[in-house]
Design a protein around this ligand. Sequence first.
Ligand SMILES: [Zn+2]
Length: 471
Amino acid sequence: MTAESAMAAQKQTHTLHPSILREYDIRGTVGDTLNDNDCYFIGRAFGTMVKRRGGAKVVVGFDGRESSPVFAANVIRGLNDCGLDVESIGLGPTPMTYYAMKTRGMDAAVMVTGSHSPLSYNGIKMAYQSGPFYGAMVQEIGKLAASGDFESGKGEVITVDVQDAYVDRMLQDYQGTRDLSVAWDCGNGATGEIIRRLVKKLPGKHVLIFDDIDGTFPNHHPDPTVAKNLVDLQKAVRDNGCDIGIGFDGDGDRIGAVDADGKILWADLIMAVYAAEVLKEHPGAHIIADVKCSRVLFDEIERLGGKPVMWNTGHSLIKARALELKSPLAGELAGHICFADKYYGFDDAPYCAVRLLDILSRSGKKLGDLAAHLPQMENTPEVRFHVPADRKFSIAPEILARLRAENADGVSINDIDGVRVTTKDGWWLMRASNTEDVLTIRAEGFDTDGLERLKAQLISQLAQSGIGSPF
Ligand SMILES: [Zn+2]
């Protein structure tokens, strides 16, 4: 590139739609708030940030949405124009892109994915080798694009197939002794091909449903943390007499599971099963879980000799905290679970599945029995409801102020993310979403009467802030 053309390239500026720059990633509606040209400038801005940190190489992958390959090509062009070399690994789950970053000497990763968002959406997740990319870093993409303050150069792109290496790496941590029968629901998301390759090498019997990658998600929405999306998996488990069923979200960074009876094991209870395993080799370790998780998980970590850490919701925040505390296991109710005991510390749902099968196989027990000793709590699911944007973040402080003024006996208040109140009946949570204009609430009691009292307290607090009952 001549000095003149380099200068011309530096003068290019581009305004990204502000709504697409979110807390943990970029997401917008295809062709509307997020188009091919936007993707070029996102690549250019991210590439600039990577280069200014001394980076030279970036891996790029994409999911099964129709717009994803072209979006990825535009991101790659933007990275190359910063002078960064790119390894393009093609279609696969988000964790495969992170895997390639960690194992192939990459400085950063870009994944074009709309995760489980509706069909009209797509998005971009970014990561640095050294940790998650979120918050102010995402905002910086918009600022750099608008100012045109880009690095320039001429990078190269090569195509690399990491699928078999990725599958083999996951299988390294499978030491099962008993063959299992497993149902897998890929939800037509980006995990399909990887799971097909994985089960060829895993012992046991495997039933795959919706493993054809189809970004129109013709069967059900690819979000295994919502009960209605697990109905097909429950049926596959029952029809085939499976020991376990495993589901993934659209880009494979979130896991869901059902036991042999088709009963859902939510991610906080899956984490309780993992915690028992991880704490054997890492006694006394910090284990991180978000504020939405059951107290059963925190109590269990403590019972097993670990140090439970209740942290903010948000996979990037959980990952950042896990790095700080060198935590071998961290996760959230939404199904992002990160192993750093033998693995790389990112949220990899196929890998989590392998670890769950490993534990289940060696235990000689049923999945339901692995969690059977845990107290049976009465709880609500995560209830989400819309609130005006300008009220979203003001309600928690109002509730906190009232509760602190009351200073009621036997009540403890955690304000790490919203309000989580623990009473003799159990606990309730109210927090504002970082990504949408919604409040999330959840309550969990030792019995149904206790749960009703907790819900009544929560409803009363919301009412005092002018919000109607969401139950
Ligand atoms: Zn996802």
